[in-house]
Write a new protein. Structure first.
Length: 442
């Protein structure tokens, strides 16, 4: 309890401290440092995560989540059989698991287990916990750089992406499996049933809350699940995969905002090329050094994912871990490397990743995905921008705190992400959707 929970707090605070350091780099002028990491780390833990998690833990205990150091107990079922029921300090772990977007559950079923997520209220609180810090960080960003409208533009881009993927997941799961419909099975939503694709889902949450949880956990790079993601429809899996591939739909603590700032730098650079001006962001010139570092951060994420998948496809006996053939098996493989590199942790569980090969290569994906993309390059960008003086605005300066820039930023994210990952998605969930429509899979 002490080791795992402590690491959950420090991991979250580390990403948050990095995010704050990048914000300082944009807000300062002529500075030679980005702050004190230890101070930011401890502030994040003691002033933010611990108070929130203490309150949440008490609410979770009230709702029925265990919090005890007593060992497992043996109970007699209604049929007269005996059952060993595990328990432990679940509520305290559950709170930081979600608030810190860590995702590692106390039980193997994670938030689908009734001891981790017993009621619709706890399910709602867990969703809100995942989306608590990162959206608020956009307001912090606007305050620190003295441009709150810029913070609201960032919040709007985050929200637009999140709603867009939610709109993909929910209808796909609510419509259900067309092959079952062809067999005469009623999957419609009525007063007596929730309908839709209910495979791998919890009755107490239904399609709507499950779809929201799926979207939130892959958006915030949390990794906790209240349903089996491997049982999602192809387009439901497409949305979950795409959020992790983009890694900028809210994202993890600090890292999500850092990635959005990275895309903002790309956007102003592209606009600057169009009009023949040196790009500027928040009165700081984005020059060759910053563009190279941003490009490194942009390329590192897809490089780790796609190279990892390519190695797995040709590595001896690596494909023996796949339980499903064809497009869905490729989706499982792509999901595994995406989840590891994006520090998410959820899985398409049809792949057996508990082998020497997968434990090694996915572990490397976690390490390099955490630091090489995007923390180290973007911290270098922040350090470079911190020493630069702010330049005065002119009539040729592009305003970045407008809805128009928000649309450009959103388009840049989708275009760059689409050009990078569409071929892989086409081989996985998109191909599977066509197979489903043609009636070629179960």
């Amino acid at each position: 309890m002490v080791m795992i929970t402590s690491l959950m707090f420090t991991s979250s605070a580390t990403g948050l401290a990095a995010g704050v350091a990048v914000i300082r780099g944009l807000s300062q002028s002529g500075a030679n440092n980005l702050g004190n990491f230890w101070v930011d780390l401890t502030r994040g833990i003691y002033r933010l995560f611990l108070p929130i998690c203490l309150i949440l833990s008490l609410v979770y205990v009230w709702q029925g989540i265990p919090q005890t150091l007593e060992p497992a107990i043996t109970a007699t079922t209604l049929e007269g059989a005996t059952q060993t029921i595990a328990r432990g300090p679940v509520a305290s772990l559950e709170s930081i698991k979600q608030v810190g977007t860590n995702g590692g559950g106390f039980f193997n079923q994670n938030s689908a287990h009734p001891f981790e997520n017993p009621t619709p209220l706890t399910n709602t609180l867990e969703i809100l916990s995942m989306l608590l810090i990162v959206p608020a960080l956009t307001y912090t960003f606007g305050t620190m750089v003295k441009a709150r409208r810029q913070g609201w533009v960032f919040f709007g881009v985050f929200t637009a992406l999140f709603i867009g993927f939610l709109v993909i997941v929910f209808p796909a799961e609510q419509i259900g499996n067309p092959l079952l419909t062809n067999l005469g099975i009623d999957q419609s939503l009525t007063a007596d049933q929730s309908g839709g694709n209910f495979e791998g889902k919890e009755v107490r949450f239904g399609i709507a809350q499950t779809s929201l949880f799926v979207t939130a956990t892959t958006a915030a790079t949390t990794g906790s699940v209240d349903a089996m993601h491997d049982s999602l429809t192809p387009m439901g899996g497409f949305a979950a995969l795409s959020e992790m591939l983009l890694n900028v739909v809210f994202g993890g603590k600090g890292v999500g905002l850092i990635t959005l700032i990275m895309y903002a730098a790309v956007t102003v650079f592209l606009v600057g090329l169009m009009v023949g001006r040196t790009p500027e962001f928040l009165s700081k010139k984005i020059e060759a050094k910053e563009v190279k570092l941003v490009s490194l951060a942009l390329l590192a994420h897809p490089f780790l994912i796609l190279i990892g998948v390519g190695v797995a496809l040709v590595w001896p006996k690596a494909l023996d871990s796949l339980n499903n053939p064809d497009a869905h098996g490729f989706s499982e493989l792509l999901y595994a490397f995406t989840s590891a590199t994006a520090n998410n942790g959820s899985a398409f569980a049809g792949i057996n990743a508990n082998t020497i090969f997968y434990n090694s290569i996915l572990g490397l994906g976690i390490i390099f995905g955490r630091f090489l993309a995007p923390l180290l390059p973007m911290l270098a960008v922040a350090g470079s921008l911190a020493v630069k003086p702010k330049v005065p605005k002119t009539t040729g300066t592009m305003s970045t705190n407008t809805v128009f820039f928000g649309v450009l930023l959103l388009a840049s994210i989708l275009i760059v992400g689409g050009l990078t990952f569409f071929p892989a998605l086409a081989l996985g969930p998109i191909a599977e959707q066509f197979e489903l429509a043609a009636g070629k899979i179960f």
